[in-house]
Design a protein around this ligand. Sequence first.
Ligand SMILES: Nc1ncnc2c1ncn2[C@@H]1O[C@H](COP(=O)(O)OP(=O)(O)O)[C@@H](O)[C@H]1O
Ligand code: SF4
Ligand SMILES: [Mg+2]
Length: 338
Amino acid sequence: MSTLREPLLRVAGLQKLFPIRKGFLKRTVGYVRAVDGVGFHIDEGETLGLVGESGCGKTTTARCILRAIEPTAGEIFMRVSGGSVVEMGRLRRAELRALRREMQMIFQDPFTSLNPRMTLLDLVGEPLLVHGMKSRREREDRVADLLRRVGLRPEYMRRFPHAFSGGERQRIGIARALALHPRLVVADEPVSALDVSVQAQILNLLFDLQADFRLTYLFVAHDLSVVRYISNRVAVMYVGRIVELAETDEIFNAPKHPYTAALLSAVPEPDPRTRSRRIVLQGEVANPASPPPGCYFHPRCPHAIEVCRTQAPAWQEISRGHFVSCHRAYELHLAGVD
Ligand SMILES: Nc1ncnc2c1ncn2[C@@H]1O[C@H](COP(=O)(O)OP(=O)(O)O)[C@@H](O)[C@H]1O
Ligand code: SF4
Ligand SMILES: [Mg+2]
């Protein structure tokens, strides 16, 4: 049904350049092209995974969407509770504040993202207070309920975050993000800092909460194996751009971009007989302050040909809902994983 409606979020031509300043006068000598022409949509109730190596612009994309930073260019459309679609850049301050309630972020590092001097009651209750829930009693009830929903005991409410493990702190962060009933949750590498054994528990929790609260997720990760479980579709980012986007099974079974195939080959393979097929990513991620000409991936791509060095590949829909930017997308047969 949601396909007939406007998506919950639509991002078009998003760009964020950070100036590089040098010398005594701090003159701008160049720009870090952190995000450079990113577009995608997320339907209501859907999870879009956003994946790529460190430094490719995932966090910058997330922060632009939440208007934690101002994009250099591009548009971000959000379908608000009433059903109408607003472009965030055109909103007045008060309108933006109201909309922010509907969009919340879960952060990567549960150790630094929670104020150590606040109790769980204050941490989770603060957004409620800021948005007008003045009664302490009411806040306590609501916080108790939220703690229960994320698998923590309400009796812990008066404790401070240092008393909790990494996984528990992430649960606190999730409770705080959910306090105002957001519709869109941007989770920026929410399990990257956690032990592998705890990662699955947090992913399960996010999955259950999505159904309970009718949440829509933008789920950021540097590891494809993490997004597989939770995402309906996956967007693969490289040096400020999306290079491939498709349904999760398509991305894993039939990748069309050599970078996606390389990331897939880094996914832990349980069967040692197939491990030797791995392609190891050679070289460094291109510098977003001076990306190479042509396809940004060409210095690392095992399939690069002459045209890749000079011309940027176009973004094309290779099959229904499967988008890729690679000159050789139609001819290459890349290995996926089952
Ligand atoms: N505030 C900033 N000032 C200058 N450069 C930045 C800033 N934030 C991020 N960058 C640069 O932008 C690029 C993308 O960063 P980021 O969005 O954090 O990537 P990711 O989350 O994928 O690791 C990197 O090269 C990073 O160094
Ligand atoms: S356009 Fe060329 S260099 Fe870029 S990913 Fe495709 S084959 Fe590789
Ligand atoms: Mg990041």
